[in-house]
Design a protein around this ligand. Structure first.
Ligand code: FES
Length: 172
């Protein structure tokens, strides 16, 4: 059974602690340690897949999951966030991808929470498009996690995941 913990009720983003949590996701804006990806320890390997119970995530919230040593953002998108993403012409995108191709279900966006520039953890609900903003060098992502401004070359990466029920996903 997974458990959610509010880090700061004033913020809409909060951390997700998996059962037997092996660690808490680093503060937003921190460089995600490369060592984590290159030399995963036993506890990291043990989390080759991570199950997420979506019922605990309210509309408008973003939860950060630790998966294989990396942060993964699970975003319960509002109707406006979905509409904004879907109304964006592909011609405006640096790394063109439709919103439909990035979200198996419109209301849930699941992306690896590592900026594709140099690896910082972007901040949710910030930036011009209210998707994510990376404070390290100013990359701006939209509500589909697509790069819109700044030096990052690519959209936030989509991790492999599948729905195991209407309210549960397995990442990995
Ligand atoms: S690491 Fe995100 S903008 Fe450079």
């Amino acid at each position: 059974m997974a458990e959610l913990t509010l880090e700061d009720p004033a913020r809409r983003d909060f951390l997700y602690l998996a059962t037997g949590a092996v660690g808490v996701v680093a503060a937003a804006g921190a460089i995600w340690p490369l060592i984590n990806q290159m030399e995963p320890d036993a506890s990291t390997l043990a989390q080759a897949t991570t199950e997420v119970d979506l019922t605990n995530i309210a509309e408008g919230q973003i939860v950060t999951i630790k998966w294989q040593g990396k942060p993964v953002f699970v975003r319960h998108r509002t109707a406006k966030e979905i509409a904004d993403a879907r109304a964006t012409p592909l011609s405006e995108l640096k790394d063109p991808a439709t919103d439909e191709s990035r979200a198996q279900k419109p209301e849930w966006l699941i992306v690896v929470g590592i900026c594709t520039h140099l690896g910082c953890v972007p901040l949710g609900h910030q930036g011009k498009y209210e998707g994510w903003f990376c404070p390290c060098h100013g990359s701006v992502y939209d509500t589909a996690g697509r790069i819109r401004q700044g030096p990052a070359p690519k959209n936030l990466v989509l991790p492999p995941y599948k729905y195991t029920s209407n309210t549960k996903i397995t990442i990995g």
